[in-house]
Design a protein around this ligand. Structure first.
Ligand code: MLT
Length: 324
């Protein structure tokens, strides 16, 4: 009898979810951003959801749930009702690096989500406070090699993009600065501009305006080509550093079990947003990279997540990184 009741409840739930999918969305949607407001993931989320809200006919409301390098917010989103009314902005850290650093991570990036699509590529820039006693990457690395115990590095929590790309950087240049955790690189950037923290490896969309404004220093960008918005910032290779090329990405996910036609509506709205001239202009002027059509599909994002988990686990293990 109990089994019959449970089966009926499950069918009723599915039917309800199915029913809702047809008129989806009928009320505002919450997007969980797992870092502090004003940082790169928040900026990308607010830019792409602006047009998505218009397409879907309902507001996408950003809710910042920071902590534990982004895994707190992503865990909450992954465990939310899979009805399309809670989605999230994950990234290379939460859905790539985190498994290597959190043995008890409460989600599996490759299994517990319905990928919606890539939102933006975000190259990594090595930036420092304005008063840092070096004017180029060579001088910076020289100072770091002699004074690592006096230098601190900001990051957005273990497993975040700034932490994992920072750990990777430190392993390449063989330095061990003091790591200083923030709830996002938005607040970390404020301290960098206040000269109270020394340097970080951060996503271009967060730091480009302050570099252009001369409020912080940029020693190099970790991509094969210079960024069109930072023409005076050399690549790591040009600046004499081999073996440090890394770009991050931000992407939209829904919880596993979200109905397929809801996933399709969200994915179509994201793709339309990335074709929107205003959305593109706002991402490009911050140095963001617009995904190609092939890179934008849910299937492509699933593959990216699987390859990133496979890529970052050995890199972070080799660097001796552990969850603090
Ligand atoms: C943020 O939005 O603060 C960043 O994405 C944090 C990070 O992962 O470095």
């Amino acid at each position: 009898m109990k089994k019959v009741v449970l089966a009926l409840a499950a069918v009723a739930g599915l039917a309800a979810t199915g029913a809702k999918a047809q008129g989806y969305p009928t009320r505002p949607i919450t997007m969980i951003v797992p870092f502090a407001a004003g940082g790169p993931t928040d900026v990308v989320a607010r830019i792409v959801t602006d047009n998505m809200s218009r397409t879907l006919g309902q507001q996408i409301v950003i809710e910042n749930v920071a902590g534990a390098g982004g895994t707190t917010g992503i865990t909450r989103a992954a465990q939310s009702q899979p009805d399309g009314y809670t989605i999230m902005m994950g990234h290379m850290g939460t859905h790539g690096a985190a498994p290597a650093l959190y043995p008890n991570l409460k989600y599996d990036p490759t299994k517990d989500f319905a990928p919606i699509g890539l939102a933006a590529g975000t190259p990594i820039v090595i930036v420092a406070k304005k008063d840092f006693p070096a004017n180029d990457l060579k001088g910076f690395l020289d100072y770091l090699s002699k004074n690592a115990d006096k230098v601190n590095m900001a990051h957005a929590g273990v497993g975040s993009v700034s932490h994992s790309t920072g750990i990777f950087f430190n392993s390449v240049v063989k330095a061990k600065p003091t790591m200083v955790a923030y709830r996002g690189t938005g607040p970390a950037l404020n301290d960098l501009m206040a000269n109270t923290v020394d340097f970080m490896t951060d996503q271009i969309v967060n730091v480009a305006p302050q570099i252009q404004g001369g409020n912080i220093k940029a020693f190099a960008i970790a991509t094969p080509e210079r960024s069109p918005v930072l023409p005076n910032v050399p690549t790591t290779k040009e600046a004499g550093l081999q073996g440090y090329e890394v770009s991050a990405w931000n992407a939209v996910f829904a919880p596993k079990g979200t109905p397929a036609d809801v996933v399709k509506k969200l994915s179509d709205a994201l793709m339309k947003s990335l074709d929107d001239e205003n959305t593109k202009k706002r991402l490009l002027e911050l140095g963001g990279v617009i995904p190609s059509n092939a890179e934008r599909t849910p299937e492509a994002l699933q593959k990216l997540v699987e390859s990133e988990v496979a890529r970052w686990t050995p890199v972070l293990k080799a660097a001796g990184a552990t969850a603090e």
